[in-house]
Design a protein around this ligand. Structure first.
Ligand code: ZN
Length: 430
């Protein structure tokens, strides 16, 4: 007889309660909403709390050179390779409580579930909470999983945040140093696989009545920085026909991005999400505008074609309005297929728990898994979220879905152990 889940033992209920606890001060840098940027005060407080939960669950907890929290639950043999279970602990401004954090907490609950039953495996389990996935502080995303996967670029270490604080200075506040940052990289042979549970952040699972889904791959993504330079002038005296208004040009460019994004297949999306206007005062014609462009699609070729169209359309607008346009690629992430064998194990685990064939879907959102795929085979489990809403305080999950996700994760771990170190996976025991 299986005991009903409680908040006292490893369970989905406890996972939800822990995410809720971490959704406010002191685990947020704002007392009005959840905002937990990389290497901020809320991040530091959250790591203390998470480390305590990891320790309680039987793990040895540490903070790595990139500011990631890592808890290790040893396998049957010391120095066994590790199954990494993780996600990110940072949040966007005015974010939700489950994006990222739920995957970290589910990892802890998965270990706690086995520790409570005295199970050890042929591999160690390490739960990892990545410090930056969202680009919550610096103008690139997945900085810390890229450190772990050993795929940082030179320009990554020269970053500064919106307030001009450099990565080196931000790390110092955490007792870390820039020179050691890349030392967070893991060796291939030490990592068996990486598995991430995450809310879907989209409406498909809810619309089709599935609690859980298995991700087949993650969409290709471009992030551009566009700088439009016109001529600033007095808003009262500069005749309309003589203006080179950078903001009016940028507005036209935003609409072009939207039009091109909407003209492709359903998984093609293009977004301008950030804009700065200079000098940004009511009585001056804008002289300079900087904005972001984000383009994604399940297939790299579709994304690339859209990006080319955007480049061309924006150049035409700039030429017609006699402003200059400087477009630079800030991030270029190829489409990432999840590992077929691991995904099959996850699908079997989901079927074992829900009794139904899982929904298989592409992730339009980027995740640390796409970076970790450089280091090890990856799999992802998606949880239904209410209305598909994410990056929003209205983000919500159902307790029973989180419980099902925890059971799927434990079933996955057991199947991976049998597949890697023991007998072939057993059929479901009634
Ligand atoms: Zn996320």
């Amino acid at each position: 007889m299986v005991k009903p889940p409680t908040r006292e033992a490893a369970s989905g209920l406890r996972a939800v309660a822990r995410c809720d606890e971490l959704g406010a001060v002191p685990y947020s840098d704002s007392d009005e909403h959840l905002f937990r940027p990389y290497l901020g005060a809320g991040h530091a407080a959250a790591l203390d709390r998470i480390a305590a939960w990891m320790t309680e669950a039987g793990m040895a907890a540490r903070i790595d050179a990139a500011g990631n929290i890592v808890g290790r639950y040893e396998g049957r043999h010391p120095d066994a390779p590790a199954l990494l279970i993780g996600s990110h602990v940072d949040s966007v401004r005015d974010g939700g409580r489950y994006d990222g954090m739920l995957g970290v907490i589910l990892g802890i609950e998965t270990v706690a579930w086995f520790a409570e039953r005295g199970h050890r495996f042929g591999f160690a389990i390490e739960v990892i909470g990545f410090g930056d996935e969202e680009g919550s502080r610096f103008p690139v995303s997945m900085l810390t999983s890229r450190a772990v996967a050993g795929v940082l670029g030179d320009q990554d270490l020269a970053l500064a945040d919106a307030a001009g604080v450099g990565l080196a200075e931000a790390l110092e506040g955490f007792g870390l140093d820039l020179a050691g940052f890349a030392g967070a990289a893991r060796q291939r042979g030490d990592v068996l696989a990486y598995v991430e549970a995450h809310i879907e952040q989209g409406p498909v699972l809810e619309a089709e009545g599935h609690a859980l889904g298995v991700v087949s791959g993650i969409a290709a993504q471009y992030r551009f920085r566009a700088v439009v330079t016109g001529t600033a002038g007095h808003a009262g005296t500069m005749a309309m026909r003589l203006r080179h208004d950078a903001l009016a040009a940028a507005a036209e460019m935003v609409l072009a991005v939207e039009r091109i994004g909407g003209a492709g297949p359903e998984d093609l999306v293009a977004t301008v999400g950030r804009m700065e206007v200079g000098p940004g005062v009511p009585n001056v014609v804008p002289g300079a505008v900087t904005f972001s462009i984000d383009v994604r699609a399940g297939r790299g070729a579709v994304r690339d074609r859209a990006a080319d169209e955007i480049r061309q359309a924006l150049a035409e607008i700039a030429a017609r309005r006699a402003v200059t346009l400087d477009l630079t690629v800030q991030q270029d992430l190829p489409a990432t297929p999840c590992d077929a064998g691991l995904s099959d194990l996850m699908a079997e685990a989901v079927r074992e728990v829900t009794g139904a064939a899982p929904r298989i879907l592409v992730s339009g959102a980027g995740h640390d898994a796409m970076v970790m795929a450089h280091l090890a085979p990856v799999a992802m489990l998606f949880l239904r979220c209410r209305g598909g809403i994410s990056h929003n305080p209205a983000e919500a999950v159902m307790d029973e879905d989180v419980q099902a996700a925890l059971e799927a994760m434990t079933a996955f771990v057991a199947r991976l152990d049998r597949a890697s170190f023991g007998a072939p996976p057993k059929e479901k025991e009634e």
